[in-house]
Design a protein around this ligand. Structure first.
Ligand code: NAI
Length: 302
């Protein structure tokens, strides 16, 4: 199993981060990996390029201790090694692995993979970065690629976060799994294996935890400020649950929990993921967390 050409579809926060992390990984540079980042318009691609540029510039500043010439060279060499394209089919036709990081919508993901299935070489592997949708459901859109369809769940911000959940459906071949595990290792990240179960590992534990914190405050048992302090100083977490929810985005949190709650079946402890009232209210008011300038906390107008 040799993966030497990777296309990432969706040049948003996650797709840009994944492309950067592959293009900058020394083990993959040594293997002469080719990286292509795809989005629907040139504007969206430019946005992806900007995300990568900013992230690399931050890394270079530390790495080269403020040496502008060396930093510039570092940023340019990685950025120029990534191809940017608006034609996903053309990119897929020259790929061994296609990682999807488009909007979190089952129909959109199925449509994309249905199209790509007709364009990608037979041996190509498909992977989705979905946080909350079943991989097997997305894979259904392909005709004969279900043994080559996996979840590769990265974490935000991708260049800094070491973990990747490698999601294994019942049909995934061992060969493909091993190939993906090696790629994750070559990215200098740590892969953990998980079945195709709602939330995989991290979100399955983290989401009910955040919601339970909201319910605790709704009951008036403690203030959100004290809950955040308690979890940082008492459990050693870098952020409290309210800070974390604001960071992740309250709309994203609501979307994930509603999806699981409605799907329900096979989800033990379903009531744990019922979206709490105050979360729904904040989202309704457009208070989506850090990105909108306010959520559980106020961050000043955006
Ligand atoms: P985003 O909204 O920043 O970026 C999505 C990009 O996909 C946009 O640039 C959009 O133009 C593009 N796109 C939409 N449809 C497309 C299509 N058919 N073909 C090509 N490009 C298309 O979203 P973000 O946050 O990067 O999330 C992407 C995926 O990653 C979602 O499935 C999300 O659930 C998942 N994810 C997000 C995390 C996060 O913290 N934001 C963490 C882990 C996974």
């Amino acid at each position: 199993m040799s993966i030497s050409r990777v296309s990432i579809v969706g040049a948003g926060l996650m797709g840009a981060g994944i492309a950067q992390s592959i293009a900058a990984a020394p083990a993959l540079v040594a293997k002469k990996i080719q990286v292509t980042l795809v989005d629907v318009t040139q504007d969206r691609l430019d946005n992806g390029k900007k995300i990568i540029h900013q992230s690399l510039a931050r890394i270079a500043k530390k790495k080269f201790d403020g040496d502008a010439a060396k930093s510039g060279e570092f940023v340019d060499s990685i950025l120029s090694s990534i191809a940017f394209k608006t034609d996903a089919g053309a990119a897929a036709s020259e790929s061994d692995l296609i990682i999807e990081a488009i909007v979190e919508n089952l129909d959109a993901k199925q449509k994309l993979f249905r199209d790509l299935d007709t364009r990608a070489p037979k041996h190509a592997i498909f992977a989705s970065n979905t946080s909350s949708l079943p991989i097997a459901e997305i894979a259904k859109s392909t005709l004969s690629r279900r043994d080559r369809f996996a979840g590769l769940h990265f974490f935000n911000p991708v260049p800094q976060m070491k973990l990747v959940e490698i999601v294994r459906t019942k049909e995934l071949s061992q060969d493909v799994f091993v190939g993906l595990k090696q790629l994750v290792k070559d990215m200098d990240k740590v892969g953990v294996e998980c079945k195709d179960t709602p939330g995989f590992i991290v979100n399955r534990l983290l989401v009910p935890y955040m919601l339970e914190a909201v319910r605790l405050v709704e009951r008036g048992d403690a203030t959100k400020e004290d809950v955040d302090i308690a979890m940082k100083l008492g459990a050693g977490y870098p952020m409290g649950p309210f800070e974390l929810a604001d960071y992740v985005g309250l709309d994203t949190t609501q979307f994930i929990t509603e999806g699981w709650y409605k799907a329900g079946k096979g989800l033990q402890g379903k009531e744990l993921v019922q979206p709490p009232e105050s979360l729904v209210k904040l989202v309704g008011e457009g208070k989506l967390g850090r990105k909108s300038g306010a959520g559980f906390y106020d961050y000043g107008k955006k």
